[in-house]
Design a protein around this ligand. Structure first.
Ligand SMILES: Cc1cc2nc3c(=O)[nH]c(=O)nc-3n(C[C@H](O)[C@H](O)[C@H](O)COP(=O)(O)OP(=O)(O)OC[C@H]3O[C@@H](n4cnc5c(N)ncnc54)[C@H](O)[C@@H]3O)c2cc1C
Length: 379
């Protein structure tokens, strides 16, 4: 391992790899505590990595909107797709405008590794702290000390500690006077209270729902699990959840008034799978009979399916979360370079910042856009 470099990037994840690929200077060092590069890329999108989305707007992110917009517009999804295509990777588009690797996320890590050619990647190296010295920084690792002129913190968030996540990025930022907003697990399932334990009997079943949290409404699939609820709509809902109640419309495409004259049994007209409708009717204490035979009281109970309100017990936590909500606050970061406004030549990229994207490729896009902006400053 080099003992002195011009630029040291801490974290060989999405943002660190993209930055290393874009840098012209070859005297750089890319450090990571894992035994391979891009660990999260490799496990993402069911192993196929949802690289970006055809429709990226700042409103797809939690965080300071103007900052996010300024960064994304310099290297948006179209620029990313062109950059990848020039290097032989043409992601395929799936539902909801999401772009995935065709066969495996390895297509992306292989491409990035090839682009990084001739620059040093040092794996299995845990960064422990960073100190300011004259003309640069000292980086302390479990393998010794490195002197560097510039440091880029691309250490990601706290989710999935089993593949390398640590809190080092937040610690480094605090060493240099940055503030970190409240950190919580995001894009994650909810655990439930005893009143909703019956959900667990539906474990493995998916159903279309509309979830309302505060003023935000999210449509999509909900997956019942043995721990509670998950699935795309729930993961997005977790971004807006702050320990309060959520309301789920389990029959979003159904107008209850129209059902009232139906001659069919209620379980057959709710637009739910047989198992889900029978479980909910049983829980509501409504007998499964012809709609025309249901009384007013029973219709009132069925109405609850359109606005099933409860407070989740919590989330599945960082071990299952796709991202960390919160991060290094943006007020002390320069959006035109990603450099700290407190300390020259110290940069922050990707998920360690207080920017969190919705499900659908937005988080990788943020990692790549912020890397591009930083590369422009460093080149
Ligand atoms: C299961 C899962 C699926 C996901 N799927 C998608 C998806 O399909 N689309 C999408 O847009 N987003 C997805 N995400 C989110 C996405 O992976 C992250 O937002 C993105 O990787 C963040 O990039 P980053 O460069 O900031 O951090 P990371 O990619 O997490 O990279 C940070 C790197 O720093 C290393 N590191 C941490 N601490 C230290 C230390 N002390 N010393 C040395 N190295 C250290 C880590 O090991 C890691 O390799 C998913 C996340 C998970 C967990």
């Amino acid at each position: 391992m080099k003992k002195e470099t011009d630029i040291t990037i801490i974290g060989a994840g999405a943002s660190g790899l993209m930055l290393a690929a874009l840098l012209e200077n070859k005297n750089i060092l890319l450090l990571d505590n894992n035994n391979k590069i891009g660990s999260k890329i490799l496990v993402s999108g069911g192993g196929k990595c949802n690289i970006t989305n055809g429709n990226v707007k700042s409103k797809n992110y939690l965080g300071e909107q103007r900052f996010i917009q300024n960064v994304i517009k310099r290297f948006d999804q179209n620029a990313l797709l062109i950059w990848l295509a020039k290097r032989g990777l043409k992601p395929i588009i799936r539902k909801n405008n999401q772009y995935f690797c065709e066969n495996s996320a390895k297509e992306l890590t292989n491409l990035l590794e090839k682009e990084i050619n001739y620059k040093d990647i040092v794996l299995n190296t845990m960064v422990e702290s960073v100190k300011k010295i004259d003309n640069g920084f000292e980086i302390f690792t479990n393998k010794g000390k490195i002197k560097t002129k510039k440091v880029v913190v691309a250490t990601g968030g706290l989710s999935f500690p089993k593949i390398g996540a640590t809190d080092i990025g937040y610690k480094i930022s605090e060493t240099f006077g940055h503030e970190v907003s409240t950190l919580t697990a995001g894009l994650v399932g909810f655990t439930v209270q005893p009143e909703q334990f019956f959900f667990k009997t539906l474990s493995g079943v998916s159903t279309e729902v509309k979830i309302t949290i505060d003023k935000k409404t999210i449509s999509g699939s909900l997956l019942f699990t043995h721990k509670g609820i998950s699935g795309p709509a729930v993961l997005d809902a977790s971004l807006y959840w702050n320990k309060g109640k959520i309301a789920i419309d389990f029959i979003p495409s159904i107008d209850i008034n129209i059902l009232k004259s139906s001659k069919k049994n209620i379980s057959n007209v709710l637009g739910l799978s047989n198992r889900v409708s029978k479980t909910f009717l049983n829980k509501l204490n409504v007998e499964d009979k012809r709609c025309s035979q249901l009384n007013k009281d029973e219709w009132c109970k069925i109405e609850l399916l359109k606005n099933y309100t409860f407070a989740p017990a919590g989330t599945f936590g960082y071990s299952k979360a796709e991202v960390t909500k919160g991060g290094v606050m943006l007020n002390k970061i320069d959006a035109s370079s990603m450099m700290s406004k407190n300390v020259d030549n110290l940069y922050f990229l990707g998920e360690v910042l207080d920017v969190t994207g919705e499900l659908g490729g937005y988080n990788f896009q943020w990692a790549f856009s912020s890397a591009f902006v930083c590369a422009k400053d460093l080149n």
